[in-house]
Design a protein around this ligand. Structure first.
Ligand code: C5P
Length: 285
């Protein structure tokens, strides 16, 4: 194989429960991931340089070891004593540092792609093991599933065999939110009972949009809104445009509206404030 193209999708969190702070500094989570149709494109090209290089025309994509896609390739190259070089070309469509796990997905796509290109014979469990050493959100993308329950740091994945196809208007404001800062500012409410996943799942299975809309939740929302009080207006604008439900994804700033259909998602975008230039109609993938 002389080169390999892999698709690298984004995710949303339909539920993000933060259960506790752990001794290792991370937070114990319970989350429902949804894989969505907004995707980066990655091409893996062997070269003779003996070096791993990242190429992307996007200014905010790190080109060296700071990119976790690079880290993913290095881990496999070292463990399998692969000395041939590799160019990793990334066409970036997923906004960077936006709560959509674009970088994590790129790292997972590199693991999946190199497993084929270098014929490593790793199974899903082994690939997920590499993924969880790279970052909390990477393992979800190793599984070929539209939805999954994530626990632990988010890296323990249980695929959910749910076939429902959802439509969203996804809006990513052009501001930076730093995940460690958002988690660090969270005041945990330990008396909170966490039935949110069990409440949401039957509605998701049935594709009951009305009930699903009322069941979306993200425990990081109070922190996101305290950092950016203007996002209250952003949520209101999505409801005013006719959204069924509105929720932040991950540690923000991306916010998604639940739509009843593709047509409804298009009408949300048509009615929504045109000053938000990163507004995407997306569906479950
Ligand atoms: O695992 P990842 O590198 O993506 O996490 C980025 C940062 O987000 C961590 O360093 C930590 O500050 C925070 N985080 C957390 N609990 C999680 C996941 C991430 O506190 N479960």
């Amino acid at each position: 194989m002389d080169r390999l193209k892999v698709t690298s999708p984004a995710k949303l969190n339909l539920i993000l429960d933060v259960l506790a702070k752990r001794p290792d500094g991370y937070h114990e989570l319970q989350t429902i991931f949804e894989r969505i149709s907004l995707c980066d494109e990655i091409t893996l090209i062997p070269n003779k340089s003996r070096k791993i290089k990242i190429h992307s025309s996007h200014p905010h994509v790190p080109k060296g070891p700071g990119n976790i896609a690079y880290k993913a390739a290095m881990m496999l190259a070292q463990d399998f004593s692969i000395s041939e070089g590799l160019d990793i070309n990334i066409i970036k469509n997923i906004p960077v540092a936006a709560g959509l796990a674009g970088g994590s997905s790129n790292a997972a796509a590199v693991l999946l792609g190199l497993n084929r290109l270098w014929q490593l014979g790793l199974n899903t469990k082994a690939l997920a093991g590499y993924a969880s050493r790279i970052g909390s959100d990477v393992a979800f993308f190793i599984y070929n599933t539209s939805y999954a329950l994530g626990t632990g740091r988010g890296e323990l994945i249980r695929p959910l065999g749910i076939k429902t196809k959802l439509w969203h208007l996804l809006v990513t404001p052009r501001v930076k939110m730093y995940t460690p800062e958002v988690f660090a500012r969270l005041k945990l409410n330990l008396t909170n009972k966490k039935d949110s996943v069990n409440i949401l799942l039957p509605f998701l299975r049935k594709g009951d949009i009305v009930q699903l809309a009322g069941s979306l939740s993200n425990d990081l929302e109070p922190v996101i809104l305290s950092l950016r009080p203007d996002f209250i207006k952003l949520k209101k604008k999505l409801f005013d445009a006719g959204a069924s439900g509105v929720c932040f994804s991950g540690s923000g700033p991306s916010v998604f509206a639940l739509a009843k259909s593709y047509k409804h998602a298009l009408s949300l975008r048509a009615k929504f404030d045109k000053r938000y230039t990163q507004a995407f109609v997306v569906s479950t993938l």
